[in-house]
Write a protein that binds this ligand. Structure first.
Ligand code: SF4
Length: 336
């Protein structure tokens, strides 16, 4: 690990100012905000992340979960994953988010990892974490070892010839289905970013994973009030039952009435280069009868643009089955 300068910020303005000043003075040399550290510190030990300055934001007080005036939820950037998963309002009104959080990592990690850290969680592509291997995401222009290498766990949606890495977060999949809003403060002021616009597909710049600019700080996330009558579920399929990343996962938020889908929001994880919203499948289901035929058709449509790699063709059917069963769970057509 390289040496770096550590600073504990006392206010948001101070944290942003330090990052902006360091970026200017050191011509883009990396500055990183430190929250739970469950991703950043690991990657620093591996020499994948090599910041010259680390700004600790744990004393900024961004750790509250509060009701908004319209009945939604405001989640501070530093709320720990465990606290969010077990918050009574989340358990009652946003079950998909609670289930997604509890399916990720381990109890110990969830006690430390934060909402903003999870939002910005970096890929688990093994070549990204190995500095002896070529990786365009870690070192732009060096190549992608995964395309002709071991890619069983990697993406089938949103890939490019430069990168096929998956976004590893479960929480992000739930937030995509809940149409969350990300609130950011930086040198350009305060911005609100729709969740679907926050993460980027790799294209020819896989090192750019979000629309954040250097020095931008995520302050909180907001959720709209729960849709009346909607139920939500998260289903995760993986190689082992715990402490494992998704091969395919599905977050579904649905309202059904008189035997028909009235409101449908779907997102999937483990298969996309970003948390993947399934809008075409939503359109198939909206207004359709709640039955096996509609669910299977939606699952087929959801994966029609999939482009499997050499080792992960199995993910197409796995993801279809995952989405279909999550819909059965949310509509009461299945109980387990
Ligand atoms: Fe790097 Fe992306 Fe290729 Fe993995 S898939 S080696 S992260 S460029």
């Amino acid at each position: 690990m390289d040496s770096f300068q550590y600073t504990r910020a006392r206010t948001i303005t101070e944290a942003i100012g330090i990052a902006a000043q360091a970026n200017t003075a050191q011509q883009g040399a990396p500055v990183r905000f430190l929250a739970g550290g469950t991703t950043l510190v690991d990657l620093m030990k591996l020499d994948v992340e090599r910041p010259t300055r680390v700004v600790d934001i744990n004393k900024l007080g961004l750790d509250a979960i509060e009701r908004t005036a319209d009945g939604g939820l405001r989640i501070g950037a530093l709320v720990r994953n465990a606290a969010l998963a077990h918050d009574p309002a989340v358990v009652r009104d946003y079950r998909v988010l609670s289930e997604a959080l509890l399916s990720g990592a381990s109890a110990q990690l969830r006690n430390v990892a934060t909402t903003s850290g999870n939002l910005l969680q970096r890929t688990r592509c093994m070549y990204f974490r190995n500095t002896a291997m070529a990786c365009n995401k870690r070192e732009p222009g060096s190549g992608c070892s995964a395309i002709d290498g071991e890619n069983r766990t990697l993406a089938i949606l949103g890939t490019s010839s430069h990168c096929i890495a998956t976004n590893p977060s479960d929480m992000n999949v739930a937030l995509a289905a809940l149409e969350a809003t990300i609130h950011v403060q930086g040198t350009r002021g305060i911005r609100a970013i729709a969740f679907q616009d926050f993460h980027l597909v790799p294209g020819d710049t896989p090192h750019r994973e979000t629309v954040l600019e250097p020095g931008d700080l995520v302050t909180h996330i907001t959720l709209a009030p729960p849709h009346p009558g909607a139920t939500s579920r998260y289903l995760k399929l993986r190689d082992r039952a715990s402490y494992e990343f998704a091969l395919a996962s599905a977050a579904v938020v649905v309202e059904a009435a008189s035997g028909r889908f009235r409101y449908v929001r779907l997102a999937m994880g483990g298969i996309g280069t970003k948390p993947w919203r399934m809008t075409a499948a939503e359109q198939v289901l909206t207004g359709a009868a709640v039955d096996e035929g509609a669910i299977r058709q939606a699952a087929t449509v959801a994966l029609r643009d999939a482009r499997p790699q050499s080792e992960n063709g199995f993910k197409v059917e796995l993801a279809q089955r995952c989405l279909a069963h999550a819909l059965r769970l949310a509509t009461g057509m299945a109980s387990v």
